[in-house]
Write a protein of this length. Structure first.
Length: 156
C-alpha cells in the first residue's frame, strides 16, 4: 500500500511529516497512522475546519482574504505553517469543499480540493488541485487522500 511505502521511505530518510487538513478532517493523517511505525514520522496533524483556526495555526488572514480559503495560495500557507509549527521535513496543507458550499465561505467550487506538499529542506512547494466526483463525502475523502499519496510518493 502507498502509505506503507511512504512511512518506510520517511523512516529510511530520517524525515518527518505533519499536516493541516480542512475538508479531509484528518483522513490523511489517519491513513498514515494505519501503518506500523508511523509514530516515527508523523509529528503533528491539525484539523482546521474553520478560517479562525487556520489563522490561529499561522495562515495569513491576508492570503485568505485575497485568494479565498479555497485556493492553492491558502494550501501553500497551510503546508508551510504546519511544517514550521511541528518542525517537520514535510508539511501537507489540504483545503476545499466536499459536497456543498460552505455557508461561512461562499466562494469556490464544490468538490474542488487544493493541496500543497511543502519540503522544508529546500523551501519547495508542490501544489495541485483535485476534483472529486464521488457520491459520498467518505468516498471523496478516500479519493483525495489516494491522490495525495500518489503525489507524495513522487515528491519523496
Amino acid at each position: 500500500m502507498k502509505e506503507e511505502i511512504i512511512v518506510k521511505k520517511l523512516i529510511e530518510n530520517k524525515e518527518t511529516i505533519s499536516s493541516m487538513e480542512s475538508c479531509t478532517a484528518g483522513y490523511f493523517a489517519t491513513t498514515l497512522t494505519n501503518v506500523s511505525g508511523s509514530s516515527e514520522v508523523l509529528l503533528f496533524s491539525a484539523i482546521t475546519y474553520s478560517n479562525e483556526f487556520k489563522i490561529k495555526m499561522g495562515v495569513s488572514s491576508d492570503i485568505i482574504d485575497k485568494y479565498t480559503v479555497y485556493s492553492i495560495e491558502t494550501s501553500k500557507e497551510m503546508a508551510k505553517k504546519i511544517s514550521e509549527f511541528a518542525n517537520s521535513t514535510y508539511g501537507v496543507g489540504i483545503t476545499g469543499q466536499i459536497g456543498r458550499i460552505d455557508p461561512a465561505n461562499k466562494t469556490g467550487n464544490i468538490n474542488e480540493i487544493f493541496v500543497t506538499i511543502y519540503n522544508s529542506k529546500n523551501d519547495n512547494y508542490h501544489s495541485f488541485k483535485i476534483n472529486c466526483e464521488s457520491n459520498t463525502r467518505l468516498e471523496c475523502k478516500k479519493y483525495i487522500v489516494d491522490k495525495i499519496l500518489d503525489e507524495l510518493l513522487n515528491v519523496l
